[in-house]
Design a protein around this ligand. Structure first.
Ligand code: 4AD
Ligand code: MG
Length: 432
C-alpha cells in the first residue's frame, strides 16, 4: 500500500487526496469504465476504475469482480459532481478474498431464505442501517442511566424461579439443585439492590418461551430494567418518558444516514420528542378500544390487535396505567383506591407499535406478597431472598423494563422485530 489507509466514513476529510480503502464489493458494473460499489462497514462509496488512471492489472481485475469479493483499493477522493458525495477515482485494485456465487443477489428474496442466511444478510444496506440504530439505542440507554445516578447491577441469567409467570420459562437441569430457568426479567434482582444503591439498572438478554408467532415477540430479547427506591407509579411514567425522548434524540442526532436508508419518516419521531405523552387508565383504554371496534371486555389483557388499533389512532406514545390485578404479575402494588387494580403502567408506541415499556410500583408489604405467592402457586422457598427486601427497611419502590428490540422496531418503523436482533431467536428459529 503506497497511500494512507482510511475508512469510508472519513472520506469527506480527504477530498483531493489519494487514499487506500479495504472492503467488500456490493456491486460491480462493467462497461469501458468500471464501477465498484464498495462498503467497508463504516459506509458506502462508489469507485470508478478507468483505463486511463488505473494500472492494467487493476483495470482487468475490476472487470471480473464479483459481489462480496474483498478488495484493497487505492485512488483519489473527489466529489461527485451532482450529489457532492465523495467518490474514488481508482488507481489500484487488489483482490484480498474472492466470492463465488454469493447467495443474496440484488433481486428480491423471501424472508425465510434471508433468515436462513442471516449471517450474510447482515451485510445488506438495510440490515446495516437497522443494527447501527440498535447500537445507538443501546449506547443511549447506558448513557442515560449512567448519567442519572443509577448503578449497573447485572442480573443473573440462570435463575431458580419465575418473574413473569410460569407458562413461558425455558428450563435446564442445574447440577443437583434441580431445574434452573433462563431469566425472563432481571427485576427481582434489582429490588434487593435498591437498599444498597438507591437506583439500579440491569441491561441484558432475557428469555420467554413464547409459543406465539407475532411481529412483536422474540424468545430471546434484550431488556433494560431500572429500579428506584422511594418511588411510585408516577416516577415510572416520568422516567420512562425521559428515557424514550433521550433515545430518540440520540438516534435523530447520530443516525440520519441510517434512517434515510430505511426511508423512515422523521416527523412522528420529532412529534414524540416534543410531546407530553398521553395517559389513560386501563378502564378508559377499554372504553376507547370498544369505540374503535375491538371486542375486548374489561378484565382481559390487550391483544396485539388491541394495541395496534389503539396506537394507529395516535402520533405520540401513550401510558396505560392501573390494570386489573388478575392478569398482571404477582409483585405489583395494589391500587389503594381500588384493590382490583394493580399500579402498573405500560408505554405503548405510536404508529401501531404498541407496548415498549412495562413496569410499575412494587408491593412493599410482606404479607401481601406472601398471599400473592401462595395464590399464584409459586414456591415460597424460591422467593425468601426476595421477601427479605420487605423485612429489612421496606420502602415504596418502582421500576420498569424497556424491550430493546421493540424500541428498535418502532424507531426504524419495521414490520417485524426479527430484523432488530443480529441473530433473532423466535419459535422455529435457532439457526444461524
Ligand atoms: O412487560 P414485561 O413482561 O415486564 C417485565 O418483564 C418486568 N419485570 C419489567 C420490569 O418492571 N422490570 O416486559 C417488559 C418489556 C415489554 O414492554 C417489551 O418491550 C419487552 O420487554 N418484551 C419483549 N420483547 C420482545 N419479545 C418478547 N417476547 C417480549 N416480552 C417482553
Ligand atoms: Mg408487559
Amino acid at each position: 500500500m503506497d497511500h494512507p489507509l482510511t475508512e469510508i466514513r472519513h472520506l469527506k476529510q480527504h477530498i483531493g487526496q489519494t487514499v487506500a480503502l479495504r472492503g467488500w464489493v456490493r456491486n460491480a458494473r462493467t462497461s469501458k469504465t468500471r464501477f465498484i460499489d464498495l462498503r467497508d462497514g463504516s459506509g458506502f462509496v462508489q469507485c470508478v476504475v478507468g483505463a486511463a488512471e488505473a494500472d492494467p492489472e487493476s483495470y482487468e481485475l475490476a472487470g471480473r469482480l464479483t459481489q462480496e469479493a474483498a478488495i484493497l483499493l487505492e485512488g483519489k477522493v473527489q466529489q461527485h459532481p451532482r450529489t457532492g458525495e465523495p467518490e474514488i477515482l481508482a488507481t489500484k485494485v487488489t483482490l484480498v478474498g474472492d466470492s463465488v456465487d454469493y447467495p443474496i443477489t440484488p433481486k428480491e428474496h423471501g424472508t425465510a431464505f434471508l433468515m436462513e442466511n442471516r449471517h450474510l444478510w447482515l451485510r445488506s444496506k438495510r440490515q446495516w442501517a437497522i443494527l447501527r440504530v440498535r447500537h445507538t439505542i443501546a449506547k443511549a440507554i447506558r448513557d442515560f442511566f449512567d448519567g442519572d445516578g443509577f448503578t449497573l447491577l447485572d442480573a443473573p441469567i440462570l435463575t431458580p424461579s419465575a418473574c413473569e409467570g410460569t407458562s413461558n420459562l425455558f428450563g435446564t437441569q442445574y447440577f443437583d439443585e434441580g431445574m434452573a430457568f433462563l431469566s425472563q426479567s432481571g427485576q427481582l434482582y434489582q429490588e434487593p439492590g435498591l437498599a444498597a444503591f438507591g437506583k439500579t439498572y440491569c441491561f441484558g438478554p432475557t428469555f420467554r418461551a413464547e409459543k406465539s408467532k407475532t411481529r412483536r415477540h422474540l424468545t430471546e430479547f434484550w431488556m433494560v430494567e431500572p429500579e428506584m427506591a422511594f418511588a411510585h407509579l408516577e416516577d415510572v411514567m416520568v422516567l420512562g418518558e425521559r428515557l424514550t425522548k433521550f433515545i430518540i434524540q440520540r438516534v435523530l442526532e447520530g443516525r440520519r444516514e441510517e434512517l434515510a436508508i430505511l426511508e423512515r419518516d422523521l416527523a412522528p419521531l420529532e412529534t414524540t420528542l416534543n410531546a407530553t405523552f398521553d395517559r389513560m387508565t386501563y378502564t378508559e383504554a377499554v372504553t376507547r378500544l370498544k369505540e374503535l371496534g375491538s371486542d375486548i371486555n374489561w378484565g382481559e389483557d390487550f391483544g396485539n390487535d388491541d394495541e395496534t388499533i389503539l396506537m394507529n389512532a395516535t402520533d405520540r406514545p401513550l401510558w396505560v396505567h392501573r390494570f386489573p390485578k388478575s392478569f398482571k404479575a404477582f409483585y405489583m402494588e395494589p391500587d389503594p383506591q381500588d384493590p382490583k387494580l394493580a399500579l402498573g403502567a405500560d408505554l405503548l408506541a405510536p404508529e401501531g407499535y404498541g407496548e415498549v415499556i412495562g413496569g410499575g410500583e412494587r408491593a412493599s408489604s410482606l404479607q401481601y406478597l406472601l398471599d400473592q405467592i401462595a395464590h399464584e402457586g409459586l414456591e415460597r422457598a424460591d422467593y425468601e431472598w426476595y421477601l427479605d427486601v420487605r423485612k429489612y427497611g421496606s420502602v415504596p419502590h418502582a421500576g420498569f423494563g424497556l424491550g430493546l428490540e421493540r424500541a428498535v422496531a418502532w424507531i426504524c418503523k419495521l414490520p417485524h422485530v426479527r430484523e432488530t436482533a443480529p441473530y433473532p431467536r423466535m419459535m422455529g428459529t435457532i439457526r444461524p
